[in-house]
Design a protein around this ligand. Structure first.
Ligand SMILES: *Cc1c(COP(=O)(O)O)cnc(C)c1O
Length: 392
């Protein structure tokens, strides 16, 4: 028997549970309409919220950077990988976010993994929302600090933990997503800041789905709640609304200095490629020039959500362009997604274990790049499939 037969057993388990997957192939750019597995479909599943992944100015900036800098940074940042483009990007992001300093990483996941471990130590406590993103959970696992989890967005539960445990620890760090990716709801940041003040705790907001979406021109959830200067660590991604790849933490200058010495993705993994950094600089510049992209995103999201609600779909508690169309049972959710695909609309079905059992949903991601025609076609497909499968 093969030494790796145990992997086959695991794969078979997945197949028996009906959660085994193969990857769909996108044969072109990630835009409003894509060629998925050879079929043209309306794309309602990307995080390219503002369409910047294909913006002519962003593509040009990337091409120019390749001409000037080549394609690879050649090293980690702490050796010779710190190309001037990264410094330019960090200064620009700090200005955009109205924060003292920004440190960039190769991705949002890398940023969480590197930062959480570097800023916490033995004798500290991390208190994390139950629905925080996997990259936060991994970052917390790498830390030497103790950990506690509060019920999702439940401020009473958070205060209970603070009351019980605060005096046993040196630093306490409260971590939350700014926007929760599966339901599209927001963290109650004003209440979290208040509790953090009362109990002398630090605050950490991962705003991956808020960056480029909420606040003035997409400055994020902290800007949305007018809490500048009140959050100690604001994480953002450059891979979603900004349209490229990378992650960053906006914080104080001394934290940035410390990360340079202790954040392991900066020390042990090659820096972002120049084409990505240059593209990101251009994306952020575009957001600083105009609010038209974020306005279009919200206009599209409101239009779509209104239409689905009018048909009687349950779209949960979303406060953002993330629109979870709640179906419930796992098999029915996947059948719904499949039927939409047959209608030429791609929406990924999301089921247990990504969300709780019985809370399956088809999660629609609206973008500024969708035309009214795309949205109307998608709405009509939802109506047909919803009726056929007895969801509405
Ligand atoms: C997507 C996401 C990340 C990861 O960002 P990448 O740049 O894709 O690595 C981190 N945190 C949250 C909350 C996310 O939604």
């Amino acid at each position: 028997m093969s030494k790796l037969a145990f992997i086959d057993e695991k794969l078979n388990e997945l197949k028996e549970q009906g959660v085994y997957r193969t990857l769909p192939i996108n044969y072109g750019p990630c835009t409003n309409v894509i060629n998925l597995n050879g079929k043209e479909v309306i794309n309602l599943s990307s995080n390219n919220y503002l369409g910047l992944a294909n913006h002519p100015r962003v593509k040009k900036a990337s091409q120019d950077a390749i001409e000037k800098y080549g394609v690879g940074a050649g090293s980690v940042r702490t050796i010779v990988g710190n190309q001037d483009l990264l410094e330019i990007l960090e200064d620009l992001l700090a200005e955009f976010k109205h924060e003292e300093a920004v440190m960039c990483f190769q991705s949002g996941l890398n940023c969480n993994i590197g930062t959480i471990q570097a800023i916490t130590d033995k004798g500290d406590l991390i208190i994390s929302d139950a629905l925080n993103h996997a990259s936060i959970i991994d970052g917390v696992r790498l830390s030497k600090a103790d950990r506690a989890v509060y019920k999702h967005n439940d401020m009473e539960d958070l205060e209970r933990i603070l009351k019980e445990k605060r005096h046993d620890y040196n630093n306490v760090l409260i971590i939350t997503d700014g926007v929760f990716s599966m339901d599209g709801d927001l963290a109650p940041l004003p209440e979290i800041v208040k509790l953090a003040k009362t109990y002398k705790a630090l605050t950490y907001v991962d705003d991956a789905h808020g960056s480029g979406v909420l606040g003035k021109s997409g400055r994020g959830t902290v800007d949305h709640f007018k809490l500048h200067g009140e959050i100690d660590f604001i994480v953002g991604t450059l891979s979603k609304a900004i349209g490229v790849v990378g992650g960053y933490v906006a914080t104080k200058k001394n934290v940035k200095e410390w990360l340079l010495h202790r954040a392991r993705p900066l020390l042990f993994s090659t820096a972002l490629p120049p084409a990505a950094t240059a593209a990101t600089i251009e994306s952020v510049k575009i957001l600083m020039e105009t609010e038209s992209y974020t306005e279009k995103l919200w206009e599209n999201a409101n239009y779509f959500k209104q239409a689905l609600k009018a048909f009687g779909f349950n779209i949960g508690i979303s406060e953002t362009p993330i629109t979870p169309v709640m179906i419930g049972e796992e098999a029915k959710t996947m059948a719904f997604s499949k039927a939409l695909l047959e209608e030429g609309v791609f929406v990924s079905g999301i089921v247990f274990p990504t969300v709780a059992k019985g809370k399956g949903r088809c999660r629609v991601m609206i973008s500024a790049s969708h035309t009214k025609e795309d949205l109307d076609k998608a709405i009509a497909a939802f109506e047909r499939v919803g009726k056929k499968l007895d969801v509405i």
